[in-house]
Design a protein around this ligand. Sequence first.
Ligand SMILES: Cc1cc2nc3c(=O)[nH]c(=O)nc-3n(C[C@H](O)[C@H](O)[C@H](O)COP(=O)(O)O)c2cc1C
Ligand code: SF4
Length: 492
Amino acid sequence: MTLVHRVLHPSPITSLAEYVERGGGKGIETASRLRPQRIIALVRASGLRGRGGAGYSTGRKWQTVARNRSPVEPSTVVVNGAEGEPGTFKDRTILRTNPYQVIEGALIAARAVGADLLIIALKRSFEREVARVRAAVDEITAAGWSRGIQIEIFEGPDEYLYGEESALLETIEGGYPFPRVSATFRRGVFKLSVEEAEAEHDGIRIGSSEVHRTTSAAAAHVAPALVNNIETMANIPRIVARGPSWFRTVGTKRAPGTLVCTVTGSTRVQGVGEVRIGTSLREVIEAIGGGPRPGRRVKAVMSGVANPVIPGSLLDTPVSYEGLAGIGSGLGSSGFLVFDDTVDMVAVAAGIARFLGIESCGQCVPCKQDGLVLADILAKVCRSEATDHDLAMIRRRLVTVTDRSRCYLATQQQNAVGSIIERFPEEFAAHVARTAPPTEPMLVAELVDIVDGVAVLDERHRHKLPDWSYDAVYSGKVPAESLPGTPAPWRT
Ligand SMILES: Cc1cc2nc3c(=O)[nH]c(=O)nc-3n(C[C@H](O)[C@H](O)[C@H](O)COP(=O)(O)O)c2cc1C
Ligand code: SF4
């Protein structure tokens, strides 16, 4: 059996009572008897790595947040439920199926790092998940599981960068999703209200670029935040209840446990399923996507738009951090975009460049400017109107796009687009030689849903402008210049 059910239940759990009946709640019960350091030690020993994309050790992250706690203000735990990586729908599927396990894990995390506030960060457009989580929080609070920890649900914007952890905190504070320089374990969420902050420290305001001017007196109030992905949190209850050795019974030595993978693109069906870490990519595509469509073969696979492309010849690679790194790619948030032999890889590269160019916030000039230039030239290559000079320009911009970049988005351009050019040079050459038929950039966008085995992409992205508006005419500005003065809808 390729598919397993550790964090993704085969059928939805409809109430807290049903969750408890099926063994839920043992993690928080065990944690209530343990000292915070002991809980952190268990998570460290389990070898759990973050499932949001970077794969950082969860126990080590908890340890860092605990060590950096503020002397005056308790820390905050933020569950990252932004899920915006193209080709990924696992977090929303977990929430639809069993939100209780995620909240239980996050409450355990709050106890471990000394937090008094738990924020579950979703998107306003995730209406179904927001309703499900709200109901689950009400049940859990009524059952007394929260034990003095306040639980809030934050409904953020659709922007891709909202999922970047420091941008997530910035948005929760009422700003726009612009990544910060400071790490989340140093500067978490400012908890005082604007009035309280102003009363205590003249002139301090919450939100956007102003937060970077927080005085050192106010900074003492900004305790660290622990940010973890939905799936990461869903793994916690059983690690605490059953122990690290149980957790390590599946997966690899360096990456124990399971992965909830999304498979979309050129497969028979599209969907989400949980596999043991180390299962081959071919098996993942077969088990979740039913394999390639009849008569077709897989030409390439991408794990979201964060990592280099995986050629179809390497499908026997184990799906693990080390397995995919070993072939020069990466696991990301295990959302696999599958492309068969009918797909034009130039259209894929152009679609990715456009998505990242649009979603860049523009705080770092090369990321936004080079990103948009890359998208433009690649669209020209798609139309079979480009020359060798254009290809040379693409290569140059791929080098400079990451200059002085504050977050990982610029590197994603380099990784994803650069690797497609490297792996499929003949397809670019064919467009330049006018032997390949003109095509459009592929729509690369967030998944809105997966309905009856069919993935639904956010079609609105086709019309999104580089200033993040959907206006008829582009303002010519980047979000970092145009948005800070305008009120954010999520600022209350
Ligand atoms: C551009 C960008 C978008 C991201 N989007 C998400 C997201 O939607 N959900 C998520 O959990 N992590 C996302 N991440 C990763 C987070 O920054 C962070 O690493 C993660 O939430 C940490 O949780 P983990 O340690 O449990 O994986 C994104 C990162 C970048 C650079
Ligand atoms: S690297 Fe790009 S997306 Fe990240 S902060 Fe800079 S401009 Fe914004």
